[in-house]
Design a protein around this ligand. Structure first.
Ligand code: SF4
Length: 272
């Protein structure tokens, strides 16, 4: 597919959404304050099936709309009139697909797109999947994930009420930091997720996530605890749960106290 085919590709996306738009139409309802009844997960299996495009024009998940500039495609998904869950599904299935845009695809078991409430007011962004996440395809399910779950519970919330994702969607080998080219290749997906979700608050977890979102090199120790803005959305930088786990031998638990202070600021902001 080349650039000349972009309008038809987007028309296919729009046509695929038509049924969902007509049936759902709940995106205009007020957002719940951390809805007690969780809505569909990020990768719903029971969502209305979109109308399949003509075989000759079917976007291949393994080579999504090859030739179309990715930025244009991501922007078009963001602009679609559809429930957030459906836009996220299209982004995951038809755009990210079996992505091979950076070298991290070579070592992955499962691509970890994101999980949670498509109507979430609060989004957590980490740096990338670890071994457990790579195995399960779900973000933050290992030890660090268990700590994040506790942090979310301490805020009076559950994982079903927030949305959780990472800067890179595939596991860096040996849990190393994602490299610059990998972040550059993948961050369009994250930015599109956030553009679709439009949360009231983002919590950036750790140095890599905050540096990618804020395009800064300021150390996380200086960033944390002070409100930032990402694309018009309040962003609170704090420590990554993995870092907090490494600090567990600190009898003062000082970093955990700082992280909790950051999350309390988030709770206050959401309660306004
Ligand atoms: S990390 Fe992102 S850009 Fe790289 S292969 Fe995975 S999904 Fe694609």
């Amino acid at each position: 597919m080349n650039r000349d085919d972009l309008p038809s590709a987007l028309a296919l996306l729009a046509r695929g959404l038509q049924g969902a738009v007509d049936v759902a139409g709940f995106e205009h309802l007020p957002r719940p304050i951390f809805a007690t009844a969780p809505t569909a997960p990020t990768q719903p299996t029971s969502a209305p099936a979109p109308m399949p495009p003509a075989p000759s024009e079917t976007p291949s998940p393994s080579a999504p709309l090859a030739g179309v500039e990715l930025g244009e495609l991501l922007a078009s998904v963001t602009r679609l009139t559809a429930p957030n869950a459906e836009k996220l599904r299209i982004l995951r299935d038809d755009v990210v697909g079996d992505c091979t845009r950076c070298k991290l695809h070579r070592g992955r078991n499962k691509l970890v797109f994101g999980a949670g409430n498509p109507q979430a007011r609060l989004v957590f962004v980490g740096e990338g999947p670890g071994a457990d996440e790579d195995r399960e395809g779900i973000p933050f399910v290992g030890r660090a994930g268990q700590l994040l779950t506790k942090m979310i519970a301490a805020m009076g919330l559950s994982r079903d009420e927030v949305y959780i994702c990472n800067v890179v969607k595939c596991r860096p080998p040996n849990n190393r930091d994602p490299e610059r080219d990998e972040v550059d290749a993948c961050e369009g997906f994250l930015r599109t997720q956030l553009a679709i979700l439009q949360p009231e608050v983002i919590v950036g977890l750790g140095r890599v996530a905050n540096h990618a979102l804020l395009r800064t090199q300021t150390p996380i120790s200086k960033l944390r605890g002070s409100w930032q803005r990402y694309e018009g959305i309040d962003l609170m930088p704090t420590y990554h749960p993995s870092y907090l786990l490494r600090e567990e031998r600190d009898p003062q638990q000082s970093k955990k106290r700082e992280a909790w202070s950051d999350l309390q600021q988030v709770m206050k902001r959401l309660a306004r």
